[in-house]
Design a protein. Structure first.
Length: 298
């Protein structure tokens, strides 16, 4: 078994969205200039969130090894290219390493939030995901903890997170929880092949979870979030229609679109709080990610 085979366990596009959540949380909470000495903290929580996400994905494959022998025999663990124990050690190292990076560079509060995301990912992988509602809530909390790590790294103090004075910073992790929980719940429908109505309802729930919170708490140019909302809506509608086709990919297509949609949801938040440059950067990042993945599939 080589290091390359271990790396094949990682699903890097999802890790990119986890990094984006933490970075967005930082920018939503941070009132100073980008180069005021906190750039290292922003990078640390983003990197820590991405590494923790990767660890959770690896351990998810460890937990699903027996199931994947029938459903996904080509994956590294069921195919025998990676041993289950080696993968478990690798995943655990990623969880611990991501939390340590965040704690050592971004501070104890941000590190504690990243560590909470790691613990919640482990709980989801080895227990909570067996139950539809509990699994959705647990993974939603893991994503919210990662977003909160960014908020805590960006805030000058805990007092700066008072909802009465900084509503976006207080609401952003809750919005991430709602979107991630809805997305995780949608993923549990993958084996049941839901119909067009159910898929449309899932897409609508994802859009509302992404679009409503920044629209409510926005203090900057209120039309700006539409720059992200419109492509998000188009992405979710197209994915739901594709998933509903008789010979289509099913719920998986909507789930993949929803994962990429984290970047557009984050862009909307950045526009809403007046971080227009970062918002456009997030939209461009979304487009680049979709382009790279489409080229890779072709």
């Amino acid at each position: 078994m080589s290091a390359l085979e271990l790396l094949r366990l990682l699903r890097w596009p999802g890790a990119v969205t986890a990094a984006a959540n933490a970075a967005t949380g930082f920018l939503v909470a941070h009132s100073g200039a980008a180069a005021d000495g906190r750039a290292a903290a922003a990078c640390a929580v983003a990197a820590g969130g991405a590494v923790v996400y990767a660890g959770g994905v690896v351990l998810n494959d460890v937990a699903d090894a027996e199931r994947d022998r029938a459903l996904h025999p080509e994956r590294p663990i069921p195919s025998g290219r990676v041993g289950r124990e080696a993968a478990a050690r690798f995943g655990l190292a990623l969880l611990v390493g991501g939390a340590l990076v965040s704690m050592l560079v971004a501070g104890p509060w941000a590190g504690a939030a990243t560590a909470a995301a790691a613990v919640l990912a482990w709980i989801y992988d080895f227990g909570a995901k067996r139950f539809r509602i509990a699994g959705a809530a647990t993974l939603g909390l893991a994503r919210a903890a990662n977003a909160a790590a960014g908020v805590l790294a960006g805030a000058a103090s805990l007092d700066a997170l008072d909802a009465s004075t900084n509503a976006p910073a207080a609401v952003y992790p809750l919005a991430v929880f709602a979107y991630a929980a809805a997305l995780t719940f949608t993923s549990t429908l993958e084996e049941s092949r839901p119909g067009r109505t159910a898929l449309g309802a899932c897409a609508a729930a994802l859009f509302v979870a992404a679009a409503l919170p920044p629209s409510v708490v926005a203090a900057a140019w209120r039309a700006a979030p539409a720059i992200a909302f419109l492509p998000l809506l188009a992405t979710l509608v197209a994915a739901a229609r594709h998933a509903a086709e008789p010979d289509g990919p099913g719920v998986g297509a909507l789930v993949r679109a929803g994962v990429f949609g984290f970047l557009l949801a984050d862009a909307a938040w950045l526009f809403a709080v007046g971080r227009h440059g970062a918002g456009f950067g997030m939209v461009l990042g979304y487009l680049a990610l979709r382009l790279v993945l489409s080229r890779a599939r072709s």
